[in-house]
Design a protein around this ligand. Structure first.
Ligand SMILES: Nc1nc2c(ncn2[C@@H]2O[C@H](COP(=O)(O)OP(=O)(O)OP(=O)(O)O)[C@@H](O)[C@H]2O)c(=O)[nH]1
Ligand SMILES: [Mg+2]
Length: 423
């Protein structure tokens, strides 16, 4: 099975549909009242935490997610249809981060949760809306609000109560299979487990989720073995179960193993290093295990470490460990959920504008006032363009240009538009 736990995609909410500029027509009536309908709202971009999914793999193949635009308004006061919301399904535990700002937009940690991450643009008003007592035939309509592509990073950080860690082949997956109904691959070679496995355990009617990850080896932080990338999947657990091959069946000293793994944990993150840990001395059915257990106890128990001797092969010793885990979960804080940034409600125009001259000598006018004006101007309509000019005058842009020495025929740039200054 392929697996992917970090990737970037591009998302966009739908644009608002443009308002329509039209006049009511009827036989024998030359020009009726303004009848242009409003544009529809653009679709929202919504993330959904889907329990059916366990990898971000599909996002490697489809990278663009754009919600449909609102329909333009039509004649006879017909409002354009709203764009439908686009639902992007992600595995539980996926964090959505804005690439440009690094802000967390969503933490999809609860099954079934829906979160609007980008709002669709509002539709433009049709010319019918602009009719007033003195302006009975407005020929302009408003453009819908435009949205832009945004790049977001998806990161899957599994949510589980208990993380199972240890060197390869110490029996982590076997233990998961003993405690839960999960059927992970188990074999007598290293790195049998290649991606995280989840399972649900229960004890006296209480249930909790266990995550079994690939084996770690010394130097994982520097990329040895499968590296330490999978450790992110146990950063959001509440207890670590550290599994040791207490028989030393592969010729290692279990106490050495214990220190090696903890060393790798601290290299990865403080979060991991400070999680409460219990030790499972596994493979107690094999020779040498009693002696090694004695030594382990003598070394670690004085430091406050709790050790449970078990055998996954004979399934013995797990009751005491399960009781302990359940008791600990009762008092430990819940799994970390990340704080989400304030929602982006589409373009929010800041007030004001600035003018500077570019290399070609053109006067470049920029700022929220200008963006808003450009977004709501329809360049194909004379009346809309006249309103645009009036706003430039009323808003002080023209006089500011004059003050900067702008003369008849000089070039002015507003967004994508370029024109000559006419005084
Ligand atoms: N004798 C004995 N063998 C065990 C015990 N637990 C696991 N094993 C064996 O140890 C080998 C490795 O078990 P896994 O559960 O695949 O080990 P793992 O820690 O998940 O290994 P990786 O996924 O490679 O990191 C298998 O051959 C198991 O049958 C045990 O309690 N006693
Ligand atoms: Mg395994």
């Amino acid at each position: 099975m392929q697996f992917l736990d970090k990737t970037k995609i591009v998302i966009k909410a739908g644009n608002g549909g443009d308002g329509c500029s039209a006049f009511h027509r009827e036989k024998y009536i030359n020009k009726g009242g303004p009848s242009g309908g409003d544009g529809g709202k653009g679709g929202n971009l919504v993330f959904v935490a889907d329990p059916q999914l366990s990898t971000l793999l599909e996002f490697k193949y489809q990278r663009h997610y754009r919600a449909p635009n609102g329909e333009n308004g039509k004649a006879e006061l017909q409002t354009g249809r709203d764009g439908e919301d686009l639902f992007v399904h992600v595995p539980i535990g996926t964090i959505v981060r804005d690439v440009e700002t690094g802000a967390i937009l969503a933490d999809m940690s609860e099954a079934g949760r829906k979160k609007v991450v980008l709002y669709g643009g509002r539709g433009g008003k049709g010319n019918a809306r602009f009719a007033t007592a003195t302006r009975q035939s407005p020929e302009f309509a408003q453009n819908g609000q435009r949205n832009e592509d945004r790049e977001v990073e998806l990161e899957l950080k599994t949510i589980a109560d208990v993380g199972i860690i240890g060197l390869p082949s110490v029996g982590k997956s076997t233990i998961l299979s003993v405690l839960t109904s999960a059927k992970p691959k188990i074999a007598a070679y290293h790195f049998t487990t290649l991606t995280p496995n989840l399972g649900v355990a229960s004890r006296h009617g209480r249930t909790f989720v266990l995550a079994d990850i690939p084996g770690l080896i010394e130097g994982a932080a520097e990329g040895a073995g499968l590296g330490h990338d999978f450790l992110r999947h146990i950063e959001r657990t509440r207890i670590l179960v550290h599994v040791l091959d207490i028989s030393g069946s592969e010729g290692r000293d279990p106490l050495d193993d214990f220190y090696k793994i903890n060393n790798e944990l601290s290299k990865f993150s403080d979060t991991l290093a400070s999680l409460p840990q219990i030790v499972l001395a596994n493979k107690m059915d094999l020779p040498q295990s009693e002696d090694n257990l004695e030594r382990l106890r003598a070394a670690l128990e004085p430091q406050g470490c709790t050790i449970f001797p078990v055998s996954a092969a004979t399934t013995q010793g797990f009751s005491a460990m399960l009781d302990c885990v359940v008791q600990m979960l009762d008092i430990l804080p819940p799994v970390t959920i990340y704080e989400e940034a304030e929602l982006d409600l589409g373009p929010q125009y800041e007030r004001g504008f600035t003018i500077h001259r570019d290399d070609s000598g053109a006067y470049v006018v920029e700022g929220g006032d200008i963006d808003k004006l450009l977004d709501t101007t329809d360049p194909d309509s004379d009346v809309s363009m006249r309103r645009f000019q009036q706003h430039l005058i009323k808003g002080g842009v023209i006089s500011a240009l004059r003050e900067m020495g702008c003369k008849e025929g000089d070039s002015i740039k507003l967004g994508d538009w370029e024109f000559d200054f006419v005084d």
